[in-house]
Design a protein around this ligand. Structure first.
Ligand code: GLC
Length: 444
């Protein structure tokens, strides 16, 4: 009997993990994946009416704000200082190649013009403008690619029923609803997002985990059918190149085009929700990370990472064969905190000099914890020393044949020896850089 129940449970969970089973990526899609991997660095933007409260994008859940109370926020949302061109300029100067912005977060508020709901920036705020439209235009002008984050989970919509594990204490949520209608609503919105904003390079889903059983320790089966088969097909039919990623914290399923990691590098699981090493798939990787400690604007968050930490994280991500999607949470007036703008500019300056060791690279052959990382592009291996090494450097397991070794950007050769796959050379004290000392190994 027990076994029978188990079989049924497994069948149910499989049934609910409908993926785009017969998906074969198109040529354009494969090209987009290659572009994506080469790009290595993008800006994540969490922006919504929650920014008014300065307490992150989960404020509705965290402060248990009732539906009708939260509904007042849009009437205060008037980001008169928002300038899409300025954001895109900042992105370019940071050396980033794309933007992923929240089109609708868990609060259910659409930051774009939608015909299938009134709960939108255009219909409910004094600002009235479609910020995604403005951003799409600015991105197009500057050759910056655009991704839309889209929440599967919704704390506002009556039809998001059964409700998930989160937002359970939000007063005023419905006690009944029509799941199929909710799916139809999401499909209609995704159609709008992929029809009205020109070329969209990717869709970034989040919230899947809200519908997983949770016993306080472990996740169990999924309680709903997200209809990924239909949703992914819809997206790929509308824009075949469009890269689908889903922050479901499990290994990718059919129909997805990249694998994402939240606040963790691929193979790490410090947060508890990263996918583990055994789940690393063949798709391009992307790691997302906050510039401070929050996604949405948080007034009291003083955990700003230094530009050194950020640059080193970008290097680590590249060495893990992953992009870095670095997040900022704009303020309710449409501005991005000056501290963050400055850190991004610092990153851009660094990339202006050392970008060749990041863009277009893949993971390199030597990695040693947090102190030595490597990237590779064709015959050039870039060994990044993130910490000073005492004495000679010796790197084990170096199999390739070497033509020469030099400091990045310099013709001056470094003397080395390569015996029994151990590469040895010396980095003089005065050659060490605060952030990253890059040694270029050119292969034969
Ligand atoms: C989490 C949070 C969400 C945030 C996302 C970014 O899933 O629910 O607020 O958007 O991480 O990775």
């Amino acid at each position: 009997m027990k076994q029978f129940a188990l079989v049924i449970a497994v069948m149910m969970s499989l049934q609910f993990m409908n993926a785009q089973e017969n998906y074969v990526p198109t040529e354009e899609n494969l090209d987009a994946r290659k572009w994506f991997q080469d790009a290595r660095f993008g800006l994540f933007i969490h922006w919504g009416v929650y920014s008014i409260l300065g307490d992150g994008e989960w404020v509705m859940n965290n402060q248990n704000i009732a539906i009708d109370e939260y509904e007042k926020l849009p009437s205060f949302f008037n980001p008169t200082e928002f300038d899409a061109d300025e954001w895109v300029r900042m992105v370019k100067e940071a050396g980033m190649k794309y933007i992923t912005i929240t089109s609708r977060h868990h609060d259910g508020f659409s930051m774009f013009d939608s015909n299938v709901t009134d709960y939108t920036i255009v219909k409910k705020t004094p600002y009235k403008k479609d910020v995604l439209k403005l951003l799409a235009e600015a991105c197009k002008k500057e050759g910056i690619k655009l991704f839309f984050y889209y929440s599967l989970l919704d704390w506002h919509d009556d039809n998001y029923f059964p409700r998930g594990r989160t937002g359970t204490k939000i007063p005023g949520r419905s006690t009944s609803g029509d799941w199929e209608k909710y799916i139809a609503f999401m499909k209609a919105q995704l159609t709008e997002l992929l029809t009205n904003y020109g070329e969209i390079t990717g869709i970034w889903f989040d919230g899947h985990w809200d519908q997983k059983e949770w016993d306080g320790k472990r996740f169990g089966a999924l309680r709903v059918d997200w209809h990924y088969d239909e949703i992914y097909k819809l997206i790929h039919d509308l824009q075949p190149h469009c890269l689908i990623g889903n922050n479901h914290h499990i290994a990718p399923v059919k129909g997805e085009d990249f694998q994402m990691f939240e606040r963790d590098l691929p193979g790490q699981n410090t947060t508890g929700f990263g996918t583990d090493v055994s789940d690393l798939g063949q798709l391009p990787f992307e790691t997302c990370k906050t510039i401070n400690g929050s996604w949405g604007f948080n007034l009291k968050d003083r955990n700003h990472k230094t530009s050194r930490e950020l640059i080193q994280y970008l290097i680590k991500a590249s060495s893990h064969n992953s992009n870095l999607l670095l997040n900022v949470g704009p303020m309710p007036n449409g501005k991005i905190q000056e501290k963050h703008v400055n850190s991004l500019a610092e990153m851009g300056k660094w990339l202006g000099k050392y970008g060749a060791s990041i863009y277009g690279t893949r993971s390199g052959p030597v990695q040693r914890g947090d102190s030595i990382r490597s990237t590779q592009k064709g015959k050039e291996i870039y060994i990044h020393f993130l910490k000073k090494q005492g004495g000679d450097v010796s790197l084990k397991g170096f199999k390739a044949k070497i033509k020469k070794i030099s400091f990045f950007g310099s013709d001056e050769r470094i003397k080395y020896s390569l015996k029994k796959e151990i590469l040895r050379f010396e980095i003089p004290e005065n050659k060490y850089d605060e952030i990253d000392t890059i040694v270029t190994v050119t292969l034969r």
